[in-house]
Design a protein around this ligand. Sequence first.
Ligand code: DAT
Ligand code: MG
Length: 148
Amino acid sequence: METTFIMIKPDGVQRGLIGDIISRFEKKGFYLKAMKLITVERSFAEKHYADLSSKPFFGGLVEYIVSGPVVAMVWEGKGVVATGRLMIGATKPSESVPGSIRGDYAVEVGRNVIHGSDSVGSAQKEIALWFPEGLSEWRSEMHPWIYE
Ligand code: DAT
Ligand code: MG
């Protein structure tokens, strides 16, 4: 099954949105395979966002990510990369539909609460970066009630 990397950014942690966000992924039928609360170094945030290093907002983005603890997670499920992105909503909260996480909780693109991998390939890279220790191997007993 597919896995994706999801991170609740420092604003999401500060604003008490951890439980709600985890609950959305749980209730959907995805499985939590790894999780940690961690404050990352600048060099680590730069590595995570390396593809955006030429963008004018890169400096501010890195400042924001290192500004407090984040919740890093791996979620597993059928189509979890694409569906996770839909649950998160568009990058700019002004374009994120109500019902999505950013649509419900964010106003500014630079305070958009949550990160999710944008492809299966970037998910693999991000999971390797954030969880070199590996994932938990469990499978939910609910599996046949969620998947055909
Ligand atoms: P996403 O987080 O939806 O995958 P992205 O990978 O294009 O979006 O950009 C990563 C983060 O960078 C995004 O969540 C917020 C910030 N960002 C993106 N575009 C921006 C912009 N035009 N101005 C300011 N910050 C931006
Ligand atoms: Mg992205």
